[in-house]
Design a protein around this ligand. Sequence first.
Ligand code: HSE
Length: 440
Amino acid sequence: MAEALKVGVAGLGTVGASVLQLLSQHGGQIARKSGRAATVTAVSARDRTRDRGFDVSGLTWFTDPVEMAEKADIDIFVELIGGDSGPAEDSVRAALKRGIHVVTANKALLARHGVDLAILAEAGNVCLNYEAAVAGGIPIVKTLRESMAGNDISRVYGILNGTCNYILTRMETDGIGFEECLADAQRLGYAEADPGFDIEGNDTAHKLAILTSLAFGTKIACDDIYMEGITSIATADIQAADELGFRIKLLGVAQRTETGIEQRVHPTMVPKASAIARIDGVLNAVAVDGDFVGEIVLAGPGAGGKATASAVVSDIADIARGDGTPVLGTPAADLKDYTRARMRLHEGGYYIRLSVFDRPGAFAEIARCMGEAGISLESIVQKRNAEADAPVKGDVEVPQPVILITYETTEVAIKQALDVVMSKGVVAEKPQMIRIEKLN
Ligand code: HSE
């Protein structure tokens, strides 16, 4: 067997510690399967004295990851620091420039600099592997990069953020509000250091940007993503979705259209019978529509030390095996420019929740506005507000929730129709609008 690959791990948090644990526990089988052993010989972290549950005495220690990338006697540099700039970017660039393979779990770094880094890696004939950067332990990068090479992909979509999925699941199963669920997600350690990254959709967008490039052979375009988080989702929406046969999920969707590729992150109504609707709690799932294979769905843990380490080590094993797939599936020099489809032309059904003053003719007014915009309604339901079961309390009119489901229409039509509805004085507040995703 060839000499063991020497691995340097930068960042010894939960994932770094799990990578060391995995390699020590399953090193033998990895060597047998890939034909070459991989041994951690160097590490980089700030505090050497911290007890991480393993012995670091035999390892070369660096406090500066860039120094490790530049000077350590290693074949693979594993970046587990995080962040789209600073030490993570500097150390990855240094390793690639030096001709060392890189494995990273850093979605933000790849979303921002992935094409640049791919060019660097391919010029130096080294690997840049990042299975852990998208959906943690789910092998979606490998699936798109290798297993689906023979398919024309029309759409890739998924639940890519465990924190949001946990919040939406708890809101449904326990009937509790958004804030309480978010506090629990933070307490359980699911959320990013800044939970805004999770709940506003940025984390999903970073992962989606990478998936789009892999699926469509385009340059990564992480600033060209339509993004809406889950902060506006109320328990009223969750309950209405349930009654109408849907569940609400934060989806990242990349879809080929006639005008370009849509990249969108938003809360989405998915039919209860769909595979994606059944993904609960912190789990992630990714679905890919290919012209020959049809739809495939992969589900599993999207975060956590052990699951992420499983993906990191699979990247190390690929390097040990000598795999040299282009970083983004297509050689970086051949990636096409990304053409953004205009969101205003997005087509689909819509769920609308209106807060309507319960007056004669209010329904007719709403239906007329929709009809005049060319929008056909599948259903319109008035739901009595539990706290205000009378439409008038004293002199005060209490608005009542009205739920509309539309047939397929365009984003521009629905927005214009809602603006007209607002101008008629029959609704009390800005409507809630949630897109319905067409799924098998
Ligand atoms: N905060 C992320 C999540 C972790 O909730 O899925 C993995 O990116």
